[in-house]
Design a protein around this ligand. Structure first.
Ligand SMILES: O=C(O)CCC(=O)C(=O)O
Length: 258
């Protein structure tokens, strides 16, 4: 069984949730018309990194909208991440909805990125981002999380075969983006499906170059640095083939690693 995946590589209006939600709704309809199985958005796509004003912009209506769009279009939606308030804290939180519109995953970014001052405005999550996508073990991590190979390995050790990475990755470190994502795919023998934004905010230019990488490390789809709908088929069975050929999970020596 193959899965047709659509990445919405969009620009994000700084601190303007209404404009961003309207745009996402249009792009989701456009992708759904192409009969895809999953639609994915980037990181913090309702607000961008307007962190100082986030307390006025935590957007909880977006959850019911994503659930409705998933159900109406009978498509899985990996809804990137948005700022979500819980009590006194705001978290960089990702959501996944299945074809019935049911919330099947909620993940709060664990590693906060100091270079963009996340630790000043956001609280860090403490739990893994595992879920089942149409019976396939999958996981979400967010942007900076990919610099922590132990965190990704923790997810693949408990079964993840598909790794989703919503991001707002800046252009000056495009080489890191590509190399880190390819490394995570090769060393964990899993698919990596990474949706980055394009455009700029007052402090950063963003790279685009969203990527879909197979478990052998081949880049099977790559965006440009412009807004774009990227659609690609993936075959999750490829994970088993690669893991059989080079059985790293059997050959690990964890007793020596700490
Ligand atoms: O690690 C990086 O270079 C970029 C990370 C980032 O932009 C983020 O986590 O939002």
């Amino acid at each position: 069984m193959t899965l047709k995946v659509a990445l919405l590589q969009i620009d994000i209006a700084f601190g303007d949730p209404q404009a961003n939600i309207k745009k996402a709704e249009k792009w989701i309809e456009k992708a759904a018309n192409q009969k895809v199985d999953l639609i994915m958005l980037p990181e913090m796509w309702t607000t961008g990194y307007d962190l100082a004003r986030l307390h006025n912009m935590t957007e909880n209506t977006v959850q019911s909208l994503m659930s409705r769009l998933a159900k109406v279009n009978q498509v899985n939606i990996m809804a990137g991440s948005v700022a979500k308030r819980e009590g006194a804290h705001i978290y960089n939180t990702s959501f996944v909805y299945d074809r019935k519109g049911t919330l099947i995953s909620e993940y709060k970014k664990v590693h906060l990125f100091r270079l963009m001052e996340e630790e000043k405005y956001l609280a860090a999550g403490h739990t893994k981002g595992e879920f089942q996508l149409e019976g396939i073990p999958a996981a979400t991590v967010i942007c900076y999380d990919i610099r922590f190979p132990e965190w990704i390995r923790a997810h693949t050790l408990s079964g993840a075969r598909l790794l989703f990475v919503p991001a707002e990755w800046p252009a000056p470190r495009l080489d890191h983006w590509r190399t880190l994502l390819q490394s995570r795919a090769i060393e964990n023998q899993c698919f990596v499906i990474a949706c980055n934004r394009v455009g700029e905010d007052p402090k950063n230019v963003f790279a685009g170059h969203s990527l879909i990488i197979d478990p052998w490390g081949n880049i099977i789809a790559e965006g440009s640095d412009q807004e774009e709908l990227i659609i690609e088929d993936i075959d999750p069975m490829q994970v088993e083939e690669v893991r059989k050929m080079i059985p790293i999970y059997e050959d690990r020596r964890p007793e020596l690693y700490f």
